[in-house]
Design a protein around this ligand. Structure first.
Ligand code: SAH
Length: 229
């Protein structure tokens, strides 16, 4: 067996162990567990951390940002899929705020026609594109802009996931949510944060549910072009 194949097998086993772990922590949607089994997280973490790529923890990706903890990514994806019974590509378009290294984009790409992802730090947006290319993901668009303003040229999304915390859910995101769509966003301050699930009903009324306590980096305004931060 070649070394490369051996490594692939090692990664596959590590992914299975990660899936077992997030399943034991409460992720039960088989579609989500399968997506984690098939998403090569080692391609999205920095080389220095590759030995920890399949541990259920967030890791630094530079620019004072992190790749999210797998359990949290799984939880958010499970929440936007809940009640959706289709097996394949259950969603049309999904908006992601905070691309980071692109890992969650890769997971989301398995459930929708296209992921629209916004990152405010230009070098991270570029790195995410490279990572997604090496993972073979094609159905996404990444834009470097301030995601608290949403994706200005696209009207409505079937689901929206925000990966950075704010004191209030930005209005522009709620406006871009399709009727019957789900939006998940961490809300709070540096110390106390909870995931909030927003659902838009037929009459355009929204409901909000406060869920798990979490820890995300802040949603900041403006964009960063500079390579050196
Ligand atoms: N989705 C990532 C998580 C990245 S961490 C993953 O798969 O692991 C959150 C990201 O949100 C950071 O890269 C940060 O730069 C970005 N971010 C913060 N505020 C933002 C904003 N207003 N618009 C777009 N991205 C933002």
């Amino acid at each position: 067996m070649s070394l490369e194949k051996n490594t692939d097998l090692t990664y596959q086993r590590a992914r299975q162990a990660l899936v077992d772990e997030i399943s034991s922590k409460g992720i039960s949607d088989l579609r989500v567990l399968d997506a984690f089994l098939k998403t090569p997280r080692h391609l999205f973490v920095d080389g220095a951390f590759s030995s920890r790529a399949y541990q259920d923890m967030s890791l630094p990706i530079g620019y004072h940002q992190t790749i999210s903890q797998p359990f949290i990514v799984a939880r958010m994806v499970e929440l936007i899929l809940k009640g959706n019974i289709f097996d394949k590509t259950p969603l049309g378009t999904v908006l992601e705020i905070g691309t980071g290294c692109g890992y969650q984009t890769a997971v989301l790409s398995k459930f929708c026609r296209k992921v629209f992802s916004v990152e405010r730090i230009s070098p991270l947006a570029e790195r995410a594109k490279k990572n997604l290319k090496s993972a073979g993901v094609k159905n996404y668009l990444i834009r470097c802009s301030d995601g608290s303003l949403g994706w200005p040229t696209y009207k409505k999304f079937d689901a929206i996931i925000c990966s950075a915390v704010s004191r209030n859910i930005p209005d522009s995101l709620i406006k871009q949510l399709e009727v019957s769509g789900k939006l998940i966003c961490p809300v709070g301050n540096e110390k106390n944060q909870n995931l909030v699930l927003v659902e838009k009903k037929e009459n355009n009324k929204i409901t909000k549910k406060v869920l798990d306590s979490v820890l995300f980096v802040p949603l900041l305004t403006g964009i960063v072009e500079d390579e050196k931060l």
